[in-house]
Each structure stands twice: as structure tokens, then as C-alpha cells.
Design a protein around this ligand. Structure first.
Ligand code: GTP
Length: 306
């Protein structure tokens, strides 16, 4: 588990600890233990479970989110709801004298305010997500599942691409134009890895992924298919248009200068490509195998020079 985001939220964690410590001090110093026989253990389990769960939610929010307005609102809403729940939970063990009965009365007051803050947080989170979705459109298309993305490039995985190809094949008879698939393979990537090391190789893969994402259209989907090989799905695109897109994408990739982490080396990479246009007679595996065969032929035709 990566805990790096938690370090950004030290002040929020401190607020939570101070809040819970104050509530415990206040209630335990004014309250009197009810006695074992007076305690309803079903209520204790239920209310204790809800209180603990809101703390777990706060933990995961702070673990997952950078600093900012949405995080502050989510934290405040949940922390205030947790305040109500903690008071309710402690109520199961202690009772108060008449002068301190307000401690029991106020327990339900924070919860609605917490819910209002959570609602505002969810609205702003929705707005934030719309912006992020726009940025991720070429990586996700219709579906989000972190297990279907490639950890190094951040792109969709081969499995996700296969599921999208099958989906497009099923839709093929409804669309005016078929779709095309473009395979892009970095030339001599093995040599690059040996020369600069695997970490620089990973950096090149990430930067190639970004260049591809920036140069494809809104409707296209890109995945990292295998080691140094990417596939771009071009929906509603005939082969002639796909060829033009391929040429401009390859020139963007080959014009891209890779800078090593220490800025000591600048490097340009050649790219091999292959293209297929899908027809309703094709299958997913058949299309992928055609792409692969054509890539091998193109590599052979153009030689293995970088
Ligand atoms: N850095 C890095 N390297 C990887 C990763 N996955 C595979 N590789 C390496 O990618 C290289 C792929 O080698 P090849 O398939 O021979 O490709 P190539 O050297 O580009 O050969 P051509 O395409 O024929 O020019 C191998 O050295 C793999 O070890 C990865 O995630 N990160």
C-alpha cells in the first residue's frame, strides 16, 4: 500500500485526533459508567461498527486524494458525521447527570451538517471527475477498472483492448464505416534497454504513451499491447483515413526527443507499424494475428534499423 498521500494530510489527521480526543475527554469526564448489565451489546456492535467504518473511509480518502477543496470537504463531512457517531457510541456505555444531559442531546446535531458537507463534496468531486474523464478519454473509452490498465504506461491493457475489439465487431453491422486497428512497435527497444537500463526503458514507454494519447482523436482508444508494442483502435475509420492518421502519428513519435533522466542523452526512436481494417467476418484473435503478421512483414521490408 502506497502511503505517500497520507503525508500530505498531516494537519487533517491532527484535527481528527484532537477532535476525537476532546470528545472522549469530555464525555468520559462528565459521564458515569452505566454498569455491565445496562449495556446493550447489539447496539454497541452496530454503533461501534459504523463509527469505525467512517474512520476507515476517512483513512482511504486521505490515502487516495491530493490536497484540495474536494478532499477538505470529504474529510470535514465524514469527520463531523463521525463526531455524531462517536457520541452515540459512547452513550452506550455512560449516562450523564441532568446538568450534563446536553452531551447526550447534541449527539444527533453534527450528522446533518456532515451530510450537507458530504453532498457539497460529492458535487465538486463530480465536477473534478468530468475534467479528469476528459483527460482519460483515450485510455478508457466506456469503462473504468484499474485491473484493466497497464501499470507502466497508464494505458488500457491488452485484455481491455480485446474486449473493446469484440464489442466493435458486434456493432459492425450497425455502423456506416468499419473500424481500423493500428499497431505501433518501437524499433530496437531491446537495444535501448541494454544501453540505458530498464528504468529509462520504462520512462520511454510512458512518454511514448503520452505522445500517442496527445495525437489521437477523441473517439480512439490506445492500449499497451505487449512490451514495446501499442495498439490504437480507430472506430468508424476506413483504411485510407487510418493510413493518414498512422502517418501523422508516426511522424509525431519519430520527432519526439527522449531525454534521459539525467538529461545527458537525447534520443529519437524509429517506429514500425501495421494496419488492418475490420470486417464483419473477422474475429478478435484473427485481427490481432493479421496485425502481428503485417508488422513482421513491415519490419522485414524496412529492416531493423533504429
Ligand atoms: N523497460 C522495459 N522493458 C520491457 C518491458 N517489457 C518488455 N521489455 C523489454 O522490451 C524488449 C523487447 O524486445 P524485442 O521484442 O526484441 O523488440 P525490439 O528490440 O524493439 O525489436 P524490434 O521491434 O524487432 O526492433 C525486451 O528487451 C524486453 O525485455 C517493460 O515493461 N519495461
Amino acid at each position: 500500500m502506497n502511503l505517500s498521500f497520507l503525508k500530505l494530510h498531516r494537519s487533517l489527521l491532527l484535527i481528527l485526533v484532537v477532535m476525537l480526543a476532546s470528545v472522549l475527554t469530555l464525555t468520559l469526564s462528565y459521564g458515569h459508567y452505566k454498569g455491565h448489565s445496562q449495556i446493550d451489546w447489539f447496539d454497541v456492535a452496530g454503533e461501534g461498527g459504523i463509527t469505525a467504518m467512517t474512520l476507515v473511509w476517512i483513512f482511504f480518502i486521505l490515502l487516495s486524494r491530493p490536497k484540495g477543496r474536494v478532499t477538505n470537504l470529504l474529510f470535514s463531512g465524514l469527520a463531523i458525521m463521525n463526531l455524531s457517531m462517536t457520541l452515540d457510541f459512547i452513550d452506550e456505555f455512560v449516562s450523564y447527570s441532568e446538568e450534563q444531559a446536553w452531551l447526550s442531546t447534541i449527539e444527533s446535531i453534527p450528522a446533518p451538517f456532515g451530510m450537507i458537507l458530504m453532498t457539497m463534496a460529492l458535487y465538486h468531486w463530480h465536477q473534478e471527475q468530468m475534467t479528469i474523464n476528459q483527460q482519460l478519454r483515450n485510455r478508457e473509452r466506456f469503462y473504468r477498472e484499474h485491473q484493466l490498465s497497464d501499470a507502466i504506461s497508464g494505458l488500457a491493457s491488452a485484455d481491455y483492448m480485446k474486449s473493446q475489439i469484440s464489442r466493435e465487431l458486434n456493432l459492425l453491422h450497425h455502423s456506416l464505416h468499419g473500424f481500423s486497428l493500428l499497431m505501433l512497435d518501437i524499433a530496437q527497444f531491446d537495444r535501448f534497454n541494454r544501453q540505458f537500463g530498464d528504468a529509462e526503458g520504462d520512462k520511454l514507454l510512458q512518454e511514448f504513451a503520452q505522445v500517442i494519447t496527445l495525437n489521437i482523436r477523441e473517439q480512439d482508444l490506445v492500449c499497451r499491447y505487449a512490451s514495446d508494442c501499442f495498439i490504437v483502435m480507430l472506430p468508424n475509420t476506413e483504411l485510407a483515413i487510418a493510413e493518414q492518421l498512422s502517418v501523422s502519428l508516426v511522424s509525431a513519435l519519430e520527432a519526439f526527443s527522449f531525454n534521459s533522466s539525467d538529461k545527458a542523452v537525447t534520443y529519437k526512436q524509429k517506429v514500425h507499424t501495421s494496419l488492418v481494417a475490420a470486417t464483419h467476418r473477422d474475429s478478435t484473435s484473427g485481427l490481432l494475428s493479421q496485425l502481428h503478421q503485417r508488422l513482421l512483414t513491415n519490419k522485414h521490408l524496412h529492416g531493423h534499423t533504429a
